[in-house]
Design a protein around this ligand. Structure first.
Ligand SMILES: *Cc1c(COP(=O)(O)O)cnc(C)c1O
Length: 390
């Protein structure tokens, strides 16, 4: 496998990360030992949340969060079409129905107006969602206050898919503090802001939910005598209380996560600096630049522009291909989930979520990561300008 010269995102691994991983390999526990507990403490402290439950991916954490909130057959989960498959899969994994709420074209985030309108119609039709899952696209928080107000009115629970947003803020608090939601999920995939190679975490302020998520990630079983039915058979006893999965994070991954968390703020400020620099040099390019919002600071997982076919004279597709040919690893986020064959087969149709489709038609993700140098960024801009000036 060969990576483009300048990929759209990549991890930053330093010697201290390598040392942290090696020390776990020499220790007594390779999985679910002290490093996982430490990673959970670090995450909870960073986010001012009561609990963090680490898992092997954000996909797993989204699934377990929905299960713990009681999502099942006959229930509905609503998310945004402008996301990765995993947000919608969380509902399908639980046997629930999935539907989407269109986005605000400016931010790429779930539109609160569209959500309000859809809830009103769903109330009439008698199938309100049990869970609404907003996604903080590119690292910029959704209007969580607005979504929470609707949650209070219509009685749904909220799971934030914050895979892009660790290190970001919303209304003067860290994303992940769950002030406006039941659970917030982070991803530690290598392209995200900090990495554990693979990994995810579910943040919550509800001890009951956290305990249930801990059980569900590990076969639904417990060794806690207080939870067991009857007297334990002996000190070896464990009991299966409900079906669970093996979604455990290993100590090897957690040690990498702990080490990376020490540099999270540094990484976010570097990403912010580079995003500001893109904004300055692309100000007159004719491209639509990413939205800013007074409600919070983006974690800048992605820097996405809107391609302007009229002004440049070439299509987004041609721009994508030419940039890739010259070693610039541009990407497209996201193919609207309802347009995927899996969801078309479930009855979704083109035209149902026009803003998500319009976003998809023009969006282009430029390289942005903590170790991107200004020289590399200048190369990206030079190649872009060559296309725009033709
Ligand atoms: C990356 C991502 C996920 C999945 O994260 P994994 O840790 O790879 O499972 C889920 N939702 C969004 C929005 C993502 O970007």
């Amino acid at each position: 496998m060969t990576a483009p010269l300048i990929p759209y995102g990549r991890q930053a691994i330093e010697q201290e990360d390598i040392d942290a991983v090696v020390s776990v390999l020499r220790s007594d526990f390779l999985t679910q030992g002290p490093a996982v507990a430490q990673f959970e403490r670090v995450l909870a402290e960073y986010c001012s949340a009561r609990r963090a439950v680490a898992m092997n991916s954000a996909t797993s954490a989204l699934h377990i969060a929905c299960l713990a909130l009681g999502l099942g057959p006959g229930d509905w989960l609503w998310t945004t079409p402008n996301t990765f498959l995993a947000s919608a899969y969380a509902g399908l994994f639980c046997g629930a129905e999935v539907d989407f709420v269109d986005i605000d074209l400016r931010t790429g985030n779930m539109s609160v107006d569209a959500l309000a309108a859809k809830l009103e119609a769903a109330e009439q039709a008698g199938h309100l969602p049990k869970i609404v899952m907003p996604v903080h696209f590119s690292g910029l928080s959704c209007d969580m206050k607005g979504i929470r107000a609707l949650g209070d009115r219509y009685g749904f629970r909220i799971v934030e898919d914050a895979a892009h947003a660790i290190g970001g803020t919303y209304l003067d608090g860290p994303v992940g503090d769950c002030r406006f939601s039941d659970v917030t999920v982070f991803s530690f995939h290598p392209v995200k802001v900090v990495t554990s190679a693979e990994g995810g975490a579910a943040m919550t302020n509800d001890d009951g939910l956290a305990d249930r998520m801990c059980r569900l990630r590990s076969h639904g079983s417990t060794r806690d005598p207080a939870l067991m039915q009857g007297e334990p058979d002996g000190p070896w006893d464990y009991q299966a209380l409900e079906v669970g999965w093996n979604y455990r994070m290993t100590d090897v991954h957690a040690a990498l996560g702990v080490s990376q968390m020490k540099r999270l703020d540094k990484y976010v400020s570097r990403r912010t600096q580079l995003a500001d620099r893109y904004d300055r040099v692309l100000a007159n390019s004719g491209l639509t630049l990413p939205a800013r919002d007074a409600s919070g600071k983006s974690a800048w997982h992605l820097y996405t522009v809107g391609w302007n076919e009229e002004a440049s004279g070439i299509s987004r597709r041609e721009a994508f291909e030419r940039l890739r040919e010259s070693g610039i690893g541009v990407q497209v986020h996201y193919i609207p989930v309802h347009m995927q064959p899996l969801f078309q087969a479930r009855g979704f149709r083109a035209g149902q979520f026009p803003n998500a489709e319009a976003h998809y038609a023009r969006t282009l993700t430029l390289p942005l990561y903590a170790t991107l140098t200004e020289d590399q960024q200048d190369t990206v801009v030079t190649r872009l300008n060559e296309l725009l000036r033709r």
